[in-house]
Design a protein around this ligand. Structure first.
Ligand code: CDP
Ligand code: MG
Length: 833
């Protein structure tokens, strides 16, 4: 009751103190509203010809004269010295040989599919072919070509490249548009944009008025946005018979897409690659003089797979070789690797990436190998930046006269992007540390060596607990082949896989399409915000439809958390969540955290839930590590423990004592860094949707109130909840779906014998033999009732019912009595309000 009153007081105080800020969101969010949405004016794709002339004839005349100008400019460029040189080099790309057949197919079909080896010139050439042919036919100013890219960075770098190939500045005939950024002008006729930008454009302009060609690139990746876009475009084609749709894919799965659009034309651009020699972990180790022999192998999954060395590693005086072998052993210790259940891979040990191993191979190549660039595939920017730091102090790799060391990932700066395509000075070797972005969307020309860590960070769908997590997982065979292929573009190459051959053999053939492996909650919100009707009906028309059960579960979840109402309409909260590109639960937490003035700790919690657990528990130092974690904990919350650990980290950062701090407290430096940068990202996302502005401090006036933070955590994690049942000496936990559940041993609550709260909210549960909760925060009845789901009078009634159901389920008469009392108090409270 005490806490209840305090929460009540908070809400009241906030409503008065921040009435202006709250105008934008909370007051009316308490009631449900219909789903008319405010539209971002940011998403205009092409500038309209200004000012609009009165008749079509006049407009045509203007466009015609502009078309002539475009043609003059193109001819002028092609006649210049650089222009001629550029045309020559473009002609050497495999795509050029198919120019005529591509253009012919486009003129004869509404939809075509183009497939071709990465680097053959699909992205840079095909859109240009269309533009050039329109310009040559004096229709230049009449065409509007949109080419979508799955990632911001490729939209930006490709548009820049194409403008350069046409001898222009960006923003003349070629432009780009990504979220909140873009360059385009009056004459922009070819626009590269992210798939998300086109989807948001469809929100305001269902028919894509004025657009003549839509090119959807990289469809082989089967990203959620691309699959989603294809459903919408398929509908659009019948309404816009003159609209042309071109689909481009790096692999030979064109048939699938062709039949989705009723058997349209397919064009394949044959490419050429030199042979590439593969080395697996066992081969790499032989180079060190050691050999690994596996025992307990594949046939008995239940057993832990272990590897034996042919020699003892010299433990005392650790040579570089010893470190390398150790890395390899750790990487080879695939305890979690069970090919039949890919989910369990989320327990991946972050240190398995084996920096020593990579360094060893790099040295090996530099000492023995022929010239040529080296491309290292890693999981994400945190790994990349750590390795880059490590290599920068190396005598060879840190020396700019010998090595040009670059990073290539989604969030790199644009000057860095340009360097990737630059040729190094003679005698200098290019080494690029890349994410899977370099697999198909960015081609680095002079690569002859590839190092493949075998993992990629992507949202992996864990069917069990219905939460996506950005954790590294094993790639597919197709991806591994793509990575290997990168080494054979200019000369015969070599590829070093940092995993044994048998692991490769167990890789899935293809990556499952994202729509089938990620929770559908965010997608459902998108469908609703685009007004596309019934969610399940819409999704049944996808290239590969998700299971009906998965769709229903997602809808049900969205209703429970208050993002959709009973009739599947977006609520105000739902509309805000649909604008935040993150899991709804994180969005919910952040929104309420900002409103109630505890944004700072909530930013840490939300970021912490998105990266791998920063609290490390090395097997041999488990007790020490758990003790280290428990000094951060006071009130039965793993999430609050992280908040404190992060605050300490921040302090240590100021004193440049981060390494010491992390070492002492068993914290992962990479995870802490990732949390730090995610916090900034989340903050700017909240700013972008107009929920907050200006100074972060005003959203954190109550940041020190841990009970308030706890309540907001509950608001986000609900319905992830279990009840605490005390017995004589300790307690047990139950959820409605699973019955008894257990805590992971490194949870602060696992060390307690008593929890002074009746409930735990949790982010993730994992089924091993029993169901385990990874992280949890204890909450009281009143917090659960007020903050579980969405805050509204109607919902409080709903929660009371739910709570009643819970209590009945567990048959706890004492708690049932408490529930009755609480219910009465609450009802009075609601009436008084
Ligand atoms: O899309 P696809 O993989 O078929 O190839 P692309 O991205 O169009 O690249 C064709 C060629 O242009 C490759 O050889 C790239 O290395 C080169 N390119 C470049 O030099 N600079 C860029 N910014 C983009 C591409
Ligand atoms: Mg491409």
């Amino acid at each position: 009751t005490d806490l209840l009153k305090r929460v009540e007081a908070y809400l009241k105080e906030y409503l008065t103190k921040n009435s202006k800020r709250l105008d934008r969101f909370p007051a009316n969010s308490l009631s449900r509203t219909s789903s008319t949405s405010s539209i971002a004016t940011d998403e205009v794709l092409f500038e309209q010809p200004e000012p609009m002339p009165p008749t079509k004839a006049t407009l045509d005349k203007i466009l015609w004269s502009r078309s002539l100008q475009l043609r003059d400019r193109q001819e002028y460029w092609e006649a210049s010295v650089e222009g001629r040189r550029m045309v020559e080099s473009r002609r050497s790309l495999p795509a050029f040989k198919q120019r005529d057949s591509v253009l012919k197919a486009i003129s004869q079909n509404q939809v075509i599919v183009i497939s071709g080896e990465t680097g053959c010139g699909k992205t840079t050439q095909i859109p240009q072919f269309i533009l050039e042919s329109e310009i040559e036919a004096n229709r230049g100013a009449f065409c509007n070509i949109i080419c979508t890219q799955p990632r911001r960075i490729s939209a930006m770098s490709v548009s820049e490249r194409v403008a350069y190939e046409r001898g222009e500045q960006l923003g003349e005939s070629v432009g780009y548009k990504v979220r909140l950024e873009g360059v385009r002008g009056r004459d922009t006729r070819l626009l590269f944009c992210t798939t998300g930008v086109l989807l948001r454009r469809l929100l305001v302009d269902r028919n894509l008025r004025g657009v003549t060609h839509v090119i959807v690139d990289e469809i082989h990746e089967r990203g959620m946005n691309e699959d989603f876009l294809l459903i919408i475009l398929k509908d659009l084609l019948s309404r816009r018979p003159e609209l042309k749709l071109i689909l481009m894919s790096a692999t030979l799965d064109a048939q699938l897409f062709s039949s989705y659009f009723g058997g349209t034309g397919v064009i394949h651009i044959p490419g050429f690659t030199y042979p590439v020699r593969s080395y697996f972990l066992e081969d790499i180790l032989e180079m060190t003089g050691y050999r690994l022999t596996p025992y307990n192998q594949i046939d008995d999954y239940g057993q832990e797979r272990t590897w034996k060395m042919n020699k003892q590693i010299p433990r005392k005086r650790k040579s570089q070789i010893a470190f390398v072998v150790e890395d390899a052993l750790r990487a080879a210790d695939f305890k979690e690797f069970r090919p039949e259940t890919q989910e369990s891979l989320s327990c991946w040990n972050p240190d398995c990436i084996g920096f020593n191993l990579i360094e060893f191979i790099l040295c090996h190549i530099c000492e023995n190998g022929s010239p040529g660039g080296i491309l290292v595939f890693m999981t994400g920017w945190d790994d990349i930046s750590s390795l880059k730091e490590k290599l920068q102090i190396h005598p060879i790799f840190g020396n700019p006269d010998r090595v040009m060391l670059l990073a290539c990932h989604g969030s790199m700066a644009s000057f860095e992007q340009r360097l990737i395509f630059e040729e190094p000075a003679s005698g200098v070797r290019k080494i690029v540390l890349a994410t899977n972005i370099a697999e198909t969307s960015i081609t680095i020309n002079d690569v002859a060596f590839v190092i493949d860590c075998g993992k990629a960070k992507e949202t992996s769908y864990d069917a069990l607990n219905n939460t996506p997590c950005l954790l590294p997982s094993w790639i597919s065979k197709v991806s591994a082949q793509q990575r290997r292929g990168r080494a054979g573009r200019v000369q015969p190459g070599q590829c070093y896989h940092l995993y044994p051959k048998y692991v490769y053999d167990a890789f899935a053939e293809y990556q499952l399409p994202e729509i089938l492996r990620t929770p559908l909650q965010s997608l459902c919100l998108q469908i609703k915000s685009l007004n596309l009707g019934s969610i399940s009906e819409f999704l049944s028309r996808a290239l590969q439809s998700p299971e009906l059960l998965a769709v229903q579960k997602a809808i049900e979840y969205l209703k429970i958390i208050g993002a959709l109402d009973e009739n599947e309409y977006l609520t105000t909260l739902g509309r805000y969540l649909s604008k935040l590109p993150m899991e709804p639960k994180l969005g919910k937490m952040l929104i309420l955290g900002a409103i109630l003035g505890c944004l700072d700790p909530i930013l840490t919690v939300a970021a912490g839930l998105s990266v791998r657990d920063p609290f490390l528990t090395p097997v041999d130092k488990k007790d020490l590590a758990e003790a280290a974690k428990s000094q951060f904990s006071r009130d039965n919350s793993d999430h609050l423990a992280l908040v404190r650990a992060y605050e300490g980290w921040k302090k240590a950062e100021v004193e440049s004592a981060v390494y010491d701090y992390c070492w002492k407290n068993f914290l992962s430096i990479q995870s802490m860094r990732a949390i730090d940068s995610l916090r900034k990202e989340f903050f700017s996302l909240l700013k972008n949707i107009g929920l907050i502005d200006g100074n972060p401090a005003i959203y954190n006036s109550e940041g020190n109130d841990e009970n308030l933070t706890r309540a907001v955590i509950c608001y986000g994690l609900y319905p992830g909840i279990c009840s605490v049942v005390h017995n004589e000496r300790s307690f047990s936990l139950k959820t409605m779906e699973d019955g008894q559940v257990l805590l992971y041993s490194n949870s602060v609550n696992a060390r307690e014998t008593k929890i002074p709260y009746p409930w735990l909210v949790f982010n993730e549960k994992i089924k091993v033999n029993s169901v385990f909760l990874r992280d949890s925060t204890a909450v009281s009845d009143s917090v659960l009732i007020l903050f579980g789901g969405s805050i509204s009078k109607g919902n409080i009634d709903g929660h009371l019912k739910m709570l009643g159901g819970y209590l009945e389920f567990f048959m706890e008469p004492a708690v049932a009595e408490l529930y009755q009392t609480l219910k009465k108090e609450l009802e009075e409270l609601i009436q008084n309000k």
